[in-house]
Write a protein of this length. Sequence first.
Length: 438
Amino acid sequence: MSIGSPAGDDVIVASTSGPLSGEVTVPGAKNSVLKLMAAALLADGRHLLTNVPVIEDVAIMTDLLGAVGLRISAAPAAAGESGQHLEIVNTGAITPIAPFEVADRIRASVNLVGPLLARFGHIDIALPGGDDFGGRPIDMHLRGLEKMGAEFQVTPDGLFGRCARLQGAAIEFEFPSVGATENIVTAAVLADGVTVITNAAREPEIVDLCDMLRRMGARIEGAGTNTITVTGVEQQALHAATHEVVTDRVQAATYMAAVAMCRGDVLVRRANLDHMGMLVERFREMGVSIEPADDGARVRCDGPLRSVNVSTLPYPGFATDYKPLIVAMLAMADGTGIVTENLYPGRFRYVEELRRLGAEIDIDGHHAVIRGVGHLDGAIVNAPDIRAGAALVVAGLAAQGITEIHDVHHIDRGYDDIVGRLAGLGASVSRIRRSAGA
């Protein structure tokens, strides 16, 4: 399927698989590349991103940035490279008005706010869309930018922002929000003076964004710590840059979870274990062997999984994007595990789909109590969001019988050929097109 084509009728069919073997290469991170694309708004010239995943969200972001004036084209990677190349040409002819019909399709549309305000002094954008798993307000984004001199009006039609040149400020977040950190950093690049962000998000994707901005001429210190300092520069100090997108740690975790549930021995190429510390620790506690290897990690599992307790926390804690994977693993583990969601209260909406496979899961507020069962059984399920959809595919490989996963357009938003990569490891999985009336 080409990116941008309709996938509403596609179905992923998975059946009992394992043990898995071979190699799988993890592409660039969805949670980084979209922000890197938006950062190109700050500087004129020809930007080049490499290791770009072939996912639907990149196509949507391409449409959005094209609507405001960037020219973006994709090309296959060179032999031996992963992903695709993305050329982003910024001529300076930008209209800081993002149309509703595009901005509403993707959460990362909010990442246009900081760059456009900083460079052009105004923005008109629909409120961001994306996966629906509970409220994710942008209040911290706006309060931080207001401290820098911006003024906002929020209406049912969208977000309107205005400012003269932004001013450096001391900004302290009550929570280390990734999106707010990204928006303040990109806005501060062109602000007058110094901006200090305390309780900043520390994710590898934040570091990746700051690395690209520095290549563009920005002055940033402290990325990857809880205090980031940005010294504003003049517009003419910025220039286009070439940057390789960081590896997607959630996709890496997905293939590790597949090995854990199906058993096997797989080399996960480009997996960066330094970015996955808490997940690796929990997987090892469950009985999965994960060791560094050349250009990645070797993942092995040849016995039953053990239950553990997990709580989601900001990085370097256990990421909420990992949670559907470990819930699926716990559904087949020995014993009872408790998973606590501390970040997004609505993000247990996929549990009913796992129950269709025979999982025994009870929800109590922001806790999920998972009692491991001897086996799962194939069923027809629906993917409610990107990460839950991937977890259902993995669970389908471990279930007895056949599992059909519908609404796979959600998975396409964040996974680069998940079916092909799993099939390359020996998994029994395929993607089929169903007619509209089927």
